[in-house]
Design a protein around this ligand. Structure first.
Ligand code: GAR
Length: 210
């Protein structure tokens, strides 16, 4: 059975959506562990409630990014993962770390990449007057929020929309989309190539499915 390790920094609602899909048998894999860089991440308790090992690698205990990433890598590798899933993991990762997991690490980002890399994506989409917003799942490369997009889900931005209401809409889509992509990864259906992403044997454009 493929082994999944999920990295979180906060609530862990995406982690729970994936864990639930594993629990129900929809994803044929096991969640080998949840790793957080924050002791106060609510998702740590949610993981323990599901009897998933919850491992803390507190970035504040390390004096450099390199040292933190080396310890994070050790904690992850101890869990022997086939797939590393970033689910609201709010740390920038070093090149060494990213290269170590090349093609085996995915991230979910709350925007229609390449739009709005970085933070405050919902407010930025509203401020720009966009009529659409959404979420992207992508392979992680050394370029922050820049790896090849696997799939996106779109929501509309309505009149009177706030960052909070938009975030809520986007998260509903995240909890549908991310388990599907994790399932495809654990089935070996998805791969990162120099051209972008392949699903089964069909090459998808780097902009991904939409
Ligand atoms: C998610 O909405 C995810 O898209 C976002 O953090 C949230 C985590 O929620 N990720 C990023 O902003 C990455 N830069 P969760 O902890 O409830 O899954």
């Amino acid at each position: 059975q493929p082994r999944i390790v999920i990295l979180i920094s906060g609530t862990g609602s995406n982690m729970m959506a994936i864990a639930d899909a594993v629990q129900s048998g929809d994803i044929d894999a096991m969640v080998a562990g949840v790793v957080s860089n924050r002791p106060d991440a609510a998702g740590m308790q949610h993981a323990r409630d599901r009897e998933i090992p919850a491992i803390l690698v507190d970035h504040q205990q390390f004096s450099s990014r390199e040292e933190f990433d080396a310890n994070l890598m050790r904690a992850i590798d101890d869990l022997a993962p086939d797939l590393i899933v970033l689910a609201g993991f709010m740390r920038i990762l070093t090149s060494d770390f990213v290269r170590h997991y090349r093609g085996r690490m995915i991230n979910i980002h709350p925007s229609l990449l390449p739009l709005y890399q970085g933070l405050n994506t919902h407010q930025r989409a509203i401020d720009a007057g966009d009529s659409e917003h959404g979420v992207s799942v992508h392979f992680v490369t050394e370029e922050l929020d820049g790896g090849p997009v696997i799939a996106q889900a779109v929501v509309t931005i309505d009149t009177g929309e706030t960052a909070a209401s938009l975030q809520h809409k986007v998260q509903i889509q995240e909890h549908i989309l991310y388990p599907i992509i994790v399932k495809w990864c654990t089935q070996g259906r998805l791969a990162m190539t120099d051209q972008g992403v392949t699903l089964d044997s069909k090459l998808l454009p780097p902009s991904g499915l939409r």
